[in-house]
Design a protein around this ligand. Structure first.
Ligand code: FES
Ligand code: FES
Length: 141
């Protein structure tokens, strides 16, 4: 069969009604920004998380994706899944889980990989920022 099978309704839904499209201030010390690209197709995804300073939990997330429908749907799902979780927890989110949730066909697996990579990059970014802040505020650093 040459034609790809019809997309799962979850993909269509997240593509038509993407959740959490937008941007946070990337200079905010409680915001982590993950900007990743897919070498295979040139698509780019920016995913941001907002951390509660006290608990370190992710209280909000948003994305902007310049890419295919599967990438947009994957980022939309990713922003939904990270909310309310700790940074450790979201690092365990696998692209295969996102792909399964959206029933992505194998050729679209790399689109969900963008979302996993973007989550990891966003966590890394905010952790770095917070570590720097801590360093600066301790007197004898
Ligand atoms: Fe939206 Fe599951 S269909 S996150
Ligand atoms: Fe590249 Fe979907 S085709 S991200």
């Amino acid at each position: 069969q040459i034609l790809p099978r019809l997309y799962h309704e979850n993909v269509i839904d997240h593509y038509n009604n993407p959740r959490n499209v937008g941007s946070f201030d990337k200079n905010d010390s409680n915001v982590g920004t993950g900007l990743v690209g897919a070498p295979a197709c040139g698509d780019v995804m920016k995913l941001q998380i907002k951390i509660d300073e006290e608990s370190g939990k992710i209280v909000d997330a948003c994305f902007k994706t310049f890419g295919c429908g599967s990438a947009i749907a994957s980022s939309s799902v990713a922003t939904e899944w990270v909310k309310g979780k700790s940074m450790d927890e979201v690092l365990t989110i696998k692209n295969t889980e996102i792909a399964k949730h959206l029933s992505l066909p194998p050729v679209k697996l790399h689109c969900s990989m963008l979302a996993e990579d973007a989550i990891k990059a966003a966590v890394k970014d905010v952790e770095l920022k917070r570590a720097k802040l801590k360093g600066n505020s301790s007197a004898d650093a």
